[in-house]
Design a protein around this ligand. Structure first.
Ligand SMILES: [Fe+2]
Length: 237
């Protein structure tokens, strides 16, 4: 079994299309998607249309939930996406499950199995992404006896092997790199081999200037800066 994993597109169609092009040449059995699809001042409608067409096995992210439900403490880009989406886009968002299982062996979540708003492998500390404690990583996996456990949310690519051999994988963010020092789009390939699951954490150059221009044109200069550099931190947005 060979699978591509994408997460945290955040409305960035330039980045999504570059990653999908790359995945098309990888000979995967399926592409799995881990949420936070539309929340960004780029092209949320374009991303929604692309993903509805592809119908990938997917779970929702915290921002997908916020956009679908509406919240008073909205991130301004959640409100922006909500103002542009059509009813069929909301129907799609509301149908996304919080977690899912693929092929009996791969578990999908956005944050942790219990929460779409908690980082499984990384936490922001003093403005930087750092590896969570071993206790936290192991505890969140209790009761989920799948060979591979997938998560997103932190936007930090990382893979961790649990004491019993299960693997936790975060592919990083397709469209909004945090604290990575590179504007490239990130995704992962996981492949089951005789000796276990091999994980490749990949980065793809794309037209990030095109994405930055969309953010600038919409009045979100900080977001333009983030997609051009990859150095920004979530609290700066
Ligand atoms: Fe996200």
């Amino acid at each position: 079994m060979k699978l591509a994993i994408i997460s945290d597109v955040h409305g960035n169609l330039h980045a999504l299309d570059a990653v999908l092009d790359e995945i098309a040449s990888q000979g995967v059995d399926a592409t799995l998607s881990l949420g936070d699809f539309l929340s960004g001042p780029f092209d949320p409608v374009g991303v929604a249309d692309r993903l509805i067409d592809l119908d990938l096995p997917s779970v929702r992210g915290n921002h997908d939930r916020h956009i679908a439900e509406g919240r008073e403490d909205d991130w301004n880009v959640d409100a922006l996406a909500r103002s542009e989406l059509a009813p069929h886009h909301f129907d799609w968002l509301r149908r996304l499950p919080a977690t899912a299982v693929h092929g009996d062996v791969v578990f999908l979540s956005h944050g942790t199995p219990a929460s779409d708003s908690v980082g499984w492998l990384d936490v922001m500390a003093y403005g930087h992404a750092v590896l969570q404690s071993r206790e936290h990583v192991e505890r969140e996996a209790e009761g989920f006896p799948y060979e591979v456990l997938l998560c997103g949310h932190s936007h930090v690519p990382r893979t961790v092997k649990l004491a019993d051999g299960r693997v936790v994988v975060n592919p990083g963010s397709v469209g909004l790199p945090f604290d990575s020092g590179s504007p490239d789009a990130h995704y992962a390939i996981i492949e089951k081999r005789r000796s276990g699951w091999a994980v490749s954490l990949n980065s793809v150059p794309y037209d990030w200037q095109g994405a930055a221009k969309l953010a600038l044109d919409r009045g979100f200069p900080k977001w333009a800066e983030v997609v051009q550099s990859g150095w920004a931190k979530p609290r700066e947005l």
